[in-house]
Unconditional design. Structure first.
Length: 359
């Protein structure tokens, strides 16, 4: 049995090592994972209760259309319920987009390095990937525009960008959007939206009424702290949503996830607290880099990519030996860097302590 040609040579997504595996391998009692940009403060305390109550309903299929969550998100964003598509993580929304839109001979335009799932899903559909290098860690939107040709179907803008944490400003994004041909889709992946603190970040939701070719991706995996439950969504023109919705699995978001997301969304105080702590902790890392003369990308997200002027793999291993799972920059396109997800104050102080003694 052979898989289709576009699958040949692809490998599954490589997540950071699981905590239990590292504990076993290295004989460590305590291991902290600062590798996947999760929320170190967990999730709203209100979620626990609804999860417990939902255990009664495990024998019943979820509402595939996620009605209650849909209503709450639509109200929060001020969009129509028909302008939303929920996915098993925003990962699945990316997959649905690619499977619905791309065929062999098409191409997508992305930055590089960026979130790898755009490429991965496009390649599976037999599409080409036109990758435009970041400039100083930032999307080069002019070159991305130039890369668009008659076969381009989707342009992905990861904002803030993973793995750099850098952002495209409102003005840059609008200038770009105006120039993109209307027949192709612009995806603004805003997985880290809740962490953004800068005033000139684009407010994209109001743009939807003028740009039927725009889709915004958000997630409950990051600031809302529900990564394990897998809920993300796309917001776009209802015609587009209607056209791609058949590409979704019937029960793609589960009951626990939907109900947890409803509670998490209602607890904006929790999100605000996480946002504030994240800024404080980001300042801690920035200060460390400045004191030690290390370059870093100013980040609007909950992670920081630091150039420690040594092979990323070496630093990664040293941190691992001390019980910290991070991301080796070599695998992310930044050979002398590591990407660290900001942890709690105590975790950050400890990892900075290790970093300050690096040899
Ligand atoms: N987009 C970006 C930029 C991400 O960093 C991630 C998670 N690492 C995702 C999308 C996917 O998130 P999820 O599937 O958990 O919603």
């Amino acid at each position: 049995m052979k898989v289709k040609q576009s699958m040949v040579g692809l490998v599954p997504y490589q997540p950071g090592k699981p905590i239990e595996e590292v504990k076993r391998e290295l004989g460590l009692e305590e291991v902290v994972k600062l590798a996947s940009n999760e929320n170190p403060y967990g999730y709203s305390p209100k979620v626990r209760q609804v999860i417990q109550e939902s255990l009664e309903d495990l024998a019943i299929y979820p509402d595939g259309y996620a009605r209650e969550l849909r209503e709450k998100v639509s109200r929060k964003l001020g969009v129509k319920e028909t302008e939303l598509l929920f996915g098993n993580g925003s990962d699945e929304v990316i997959l649905i987009l690619c499977r619905s839109i791309l065929s062999k001979g098409d191409n997508i335009v992305t930055a590089t390095p960026t979130f790898p799932q755009y490429r991965h899903n496009a390649v599976i559909e037999g599409a080409l990937v036109k990758e435009v290098p970041l400039v100083n860690g930032v999307h080069d939107l002019d070159r991305m525009l130039e890369a668009i040709d008659e076969n381009t179907k989707i342009v992905f803008v990861c904002n803030p960008n993973n793995p750099t944490g850098t952002y495209v400003s409102e003005k840059e994004f609008l200038d770009f959007l105006k120039q993109v041909p209307e027949h192709l889709l612009v995806v603004s992946d805003e997985a880290y939206y809740e962490y953004v603190s800068t005033d000139d970040y684009p407010e994209t939701i109001p743009l939807l009424k003028d740009y039927p070719n725009l889709m915004i991706l958000r997630t409950f995996s990051k600031a809302y702290g529900l990564a394990a439950l897998r809920v993300g969504y796309g917001v776009a023109n209802e015609e587009l949503i209607k056209a791609i919705d058949p590409g979704r699995e019937p029960f793609n978001t589960n009951t626990l996830a939907q109900r947890a997301a409803v509670e998490a969304l209602a607890d904006q105080e929790f999100v605000q607290t996480c946002f504030e702590k994240n800024r404080t902790e980001m300042a801690r890392f920035e200060k460390f880099c400045e004191e030690f003369g290390y370059d870093y990308y100013p980040s609007q997200a909950n992670f920081i990519l630091m150039d420690l002027k040594k092979p990323g793999g070496e630093v990664f291993q040293k941190l691992l030996a001390k019980g910290f799972i991070t991301r080796n920059g070599e695998a992310l396109g930044f050979p002398s860097s590591v990407r660290i997800t900001l942890g709690t104050e105590e975790q950050n102080q400890r990892i900075i302590n290790v970093l300050s003694k690096l040899e």
